[in-house]
Design a protein around this ligand. Sequence first.
Ligand SMILES: Nc1ncnc2c1ncn2[C@@H]1O[C@H](COP(=O)(O)OP(=O)(O)OP(=O)(O)O)[C@@H](O)[C@H]1O
Ligand SMILES: [Mg+2]
Length: 367
Amino acid sequence: MAEIALRNIVKRFGSLVAVNNLNLHIRDKEFVVLLGPSGCGKTTTLRCISGLETPDEGKILIDEEDVTNKRASQRDVAFVFQLYALYPHLTAYGNIAFPLVAQGLSKKRTRQEVDRAAQILRIKHILNKKPRELSGGDMQRVALGRAIVRRPKVFLLDEPIGTLDAKFREEMRAELKKLHVDIGATTVYVTHDQVEAMSMGDRVVIMNLGVLQQVGTPHEVYNKPKNLFVANFIGSPGMNFISCKPLRGPGGKLALRLPVVNTTIAIPDETQTIIIDKKKEEKDLVLGVRPENVIFSRKEKSNHLQTRVYVVETMGSYNITDVRLGDETIKVRTAPSILPEVGETVYISFDPQRISIFDEETGDSVV
Ligand SMILES: Nc1ncnc2c1ncn2[C@@H]1O[C@H](COP(=O)(O)OP(=O)(O)OP(=O)(O)O)[C@@H](O)[C@H]1O
Ligand SMILES: [Mg+2]
């Protein structure tokens, strides 16, 4: 059992606020990913949970016990960092066994625990090798093994597969997820890679400049981003944004005026109601559309905007076509068979049920 609660955590380095009033509740056995650009405070947050860093303000509770001022060694947490410091003179076995030997565990029990970890990590065949004989991936596994044998309540991982090549990272992603299921420890995992975050996390915590932006399941942060930062950061490519303004049509219906192309587009009744209820009718807004929610046609169609192809990227299982709306580039995701020519005139519209709308001034989501 291990629940973690961060209450109003502030961590400063001189005048820099690395973590700014962070509140977070991590459930027992949950796999939570801290995600955000470089310098947003992910590692600092993790170090505060581990006890390697003490917050300037706020409280950290593990299973409702206040551990804010407890040292790392008193917290029953295990951490694995991007750069593993394995002991070069010890074998893989010796490295994994190290914390148990230090605890004075019997030889027999140590062997059992190392075997169990090696089984989970599928590294039984390398236990007699020294670190210099191991590949990067195997070294990661050994370092993970060293954390697993401690049977911690909480696992803290800071970009543990960040240095591996892309193919290997894909494999390790699945393995780490499986590992979490097998050992069932509450896990906080730091990455700046959104694919990693989305594929592994039960919930994703998105930070920027030390400030929490959104906490949600991968589905929530992708489909209901709380603000422009999250909408842009999550998704590859990120969401398309177009400045717009609500406009009353002749029938009293609210539509969105897009100055960049001097056109007005219709929006669903529910969307109109939300804009009115939230008193955003007079505001400058931003229309957000994910590349897969742009409807694309090579033939002229009613209610479609005419545009021109700027660039086509073939990705294998899909294509991304960049088109221009005035000065703005819109990325459109299409089936791989759709390969328009650069310069070709094409037509786009936005799936009205799948648009997002943000307040331009605050950046916050409206719809
Ligand atoms: N010991 C320190 N002394 C001074 N400033 C620090 C220290 N540790 C972190 N910082 C600063 O705090 C901010 C947050 O750093 P942190 O390492 O938590 O970011 P991060 O999100 O982990 O970034 P990255 O993805 O690059 O690892 C950064 O501006 C960083 O320069
Ligand atoms: Mg970091």
